[in-house]
Design a protein around this ligand. Structure first.
Ligand code: DGL
Length: 270
């Protein structure tokens, strides 16, 4: 048993899709979240930059004495899956649990993968799916405008800009007839409503934040690291740019007021 917090990081708001699920499946756990809002997006940066950022993000969480780290970022998980090596505590990325859930979900063996350009360029989900089941056909599509849409709050199902961008990126996958789509960037589940409206209800959307939170719960149990307390867990949020925009959008997404629990830090110190 461990009362230490779980550490979660992402380039911005996306990792909150994992936090939202953790709050449900592990309500007694404390969570420390870091969103690298000063350096978002990661998805169009070089491998060496992404590795450097991921190491600093993990370094900050380690300084908060966390017991487990979730790299709740498809880009980091794809490009810097081992967080640059030598992380002294257990951690997970999002690729493995998400790919496994998609393989379970598909019935017609056609899976679409959407993610940032870095994630799609790495082929991470495709390789993992093919490792699990070589019969499955995988179709990839990068969607570089999705992260800025989310970070700027263009997320409503009625938002004409969000609807237009989704249509532009996903038409090809719709024509192919995939029955399952991996939302391979943790920001994308925030656009789930718009994506689902366009693809139709018959297409299963696999949420990388959710699958990774469920996997984390399993891992903590297996490693004897669950918090056995009965009090509701506390969440603290840290960002690398001004907290204002983050507090508002994150509060809306998590359905709670978090204004007082968001602190700005200097990530370059880690
Ligand atoms: N949530 C990150 C991911 O899962 C967004 C990457 C970015 O900042 O471009 O890939």
């Amino acid at each position: 048993m461990s009362k230490k917090p779980i550490g979660v990081f992402d380039s911005g708001l996306g990792g909150l899709t994992a936090v939202k699920e953790l709050l449900e499946v592990l309500p007694n756990e404390d969570i420390v979240y870091f969103g690298d809002t000063g350096r978002v997006p990661y998805g169009n940066r070089s491998k060496s930059t992404i590795i450097k950022y991921a190491q600093q993000d993990a370094g900050f969480l380690i300084s908060k004495n966390v017991k487990f780290i979730i790299a709740a970022c498809g880009t980091v998980s794809s490009v810097a899956g081992d967080l640059g090596g030598s992380i002294p505590i257990p951690f997970t990325g999002v690729v493995r649990p998400t790919a496994a859930a998609a393989v379970k979900a598909t019935k017609n063996n056609k899976i679409g993968v959407i993610g940032t350009s870095a994630t799609i360029g790495s082929g991470s989900y495709k390789k993992e799916i093919e490792r699990l089941d070589s019969q499955i056909e995988v179709y990839q599509q990068d969607c570089p405008l999705f992260v800025p849409l989310v970070e700027n709050g263009f997320i409503s199902e009625d938002d004409p800009i969000a609807v237009m961008v989704v249509e532009r990126y996903l038409s090809h996958l719709k024509e192919i007839g995939v029955d399952t789509i991996i939302l391979g960037c943790t920001h994308y589940p925030i656009l789930k409503g718009v994506i689902s409206n366009f693809m139709g209800e018959a297409v299963t959307l696999i949420d990388s934040g959710r699958e990774t939170a469920l996997y984390t719960a399993e891992q903590l149990k297996k490693r004897g690291l669950l918090n056995d307390g009965t009090d509701a867990g506390q969440c603290s949020f840290f960002v690398s740019d001004t907290p204002d925009g983050f507090s508002h959008l994150a509060g809306m997404f998590l359905d709670r007021n978090i204004d007082r629990s968001v602190t700005q830090i200097d990530i370059e110190q880690y």
